[in-house]
Ligand binder design. Structure first.
Ligand SMILES: [Zn+2]
Ligand SMILES: [Zn+2]
Length: 151
């Protein structure tokens, strides 16, 4: 890979570094992501948990029961409130980071819109991306990642 991915919150209290390419990135339009970001959805850049290291500070995590019935954990800066991370008990080995918190968000490439069933009517969904109504199944995710590699 090229340089590590780095990023952090708006006030600088939290900084992180990722020493591997993201596994994938997508926009999630579920209501939880809308509430956590205050927008139409969360652009979630998914890294393997072992590749993410906090170099300064650590997010405060808000735990809630996800649509799957299992816990999700959303990390934000306790000083400035910037949304930073999203983790789910269902997928213990991954560590999602918000695209906007990256220093170079232009480096990522999206594979899909997910939870389009709760996308807002005023939100514009890129027609070039796959649209999945809820959480993709493992098979659907495999297909998306194959398509992504072919691009
Ligand atoms: Zn901060
Ligand atoms: Zn979501």
């Amino acid at each position: 890979m090229n340089n590590p991915y780095t990023g952090g919150c708006a006030c600088g209290a939290i900084r992180y570094e990722c020493n591997a390419e993201p596994m994938f990135s997508w926009i999630c339009h579920c209501r939880e992501c809308q509430r956590a970001t205050g927008g139409g959805g969360m652009v979630n850049v998914v890294f393997s948990d072992s590749s993410v290291r906090y170099t300064l500070g650590y997010p405060k995590f808000h735990d809630s029961t996800g649509t799957s019935g299992q816990m999700t954990h959303r990390g934000f800066c306790p000083e400035c409130g910037s949304p930073i991370a999203a983790k789910a008990d269902m997928f213990p080995h991954i560590h999602g980071l918000t695209a906007g918190s990256l220093d170079e968000p232009q480096r990522i490439k999206l594979i899909a819109n997910i939870w389009t069933s709760s996308a807002q009517p005023w939100d514009h969904l890129a027609p070039s991306l796959a649209q999945i109504e809820t959480t993709p199944t493992a098979a659907e995710l495999g297909e998306l990642m194959k398509l992504d590699q072919a691009r």
